[in-house]
Design a protein around this ligand. Structure first.
Ligand SMILES: Nc1nc2c([nH]c(=O)n2[C@H]2C[C@H](O)[C@@H](COP(=O)(O)OP(=O)(O)OP(=O)(O)O)O2)c(=O)[nH]1
Length: 125
């Protein structure tokens, strides 16, 4: 399983999204995204998920690290992204927050996401 996530950055802040489900993950914070469907590229999946989950268009930037292993199997692949159209809305998440560099660890990220978040600080200067 390949899961893709978007580190959306605007005005020096990172968008964090709080999961609403399933119960085991609800309340944890993550990068918007989801599973890559058959026949879809990673990048296509990520643009689609951002539209579905946030109602926005994004332009992808740098890949952040490589394949990040997920606890339940599979890998997470993350890209930086900027907004192309729309303002993010929590269409599937419980809540959204824009985090400055100093606030990056103010939310309880899903455990696997923490090392990825650390790599994003230089993008927020
Ligand atoms: N989207 C996302 N998922 C993450 C992150 N970190 C992390 O461990 N995960 C895990 C949580 C889930 O087990 C899995 C993603 O599944 P998902 O339920 O979001 O995928 P999806 O949107 O395609 O959902 P569905 O088709 O199952 O409804 O990856 C992250 O930063 N973003």
């Amino acid at each position: 399983m390949i899961v893709v996530g978007a580190a959306i950055i605007a005005d020096g802040r990172l968008l964090a999204a709080q999961r609403a489900e399933p119960p085991a993950l609800a309340g944890g914070w993550e990068f918007p995204g989801g599973k890559v469907d058959p026949g879809e590229s990673d990048e296509q999946a990520l643009v689609r998920e951002c539209r579905e989950e946030l109602g926005v268009g994004v332009v992808l930037g740098d890949r952040v690290g490589g394949d990040w292993p997920l606890v339940l199997g599979g890998v997470l692949r993350v890209w930086t992204a900027r907004l192309e159209d729309g303002e993010p809305r929590a269409l599937e998440h419980r809540e959204l927050r824009w985090l400055t560099a100093g606030e990056l660890h103010d939310v309880p990220w899903l455990p696997g996401d923490r090392p990825i978040v650390d790599l994003l600080a230089p993008y927020l200067d």
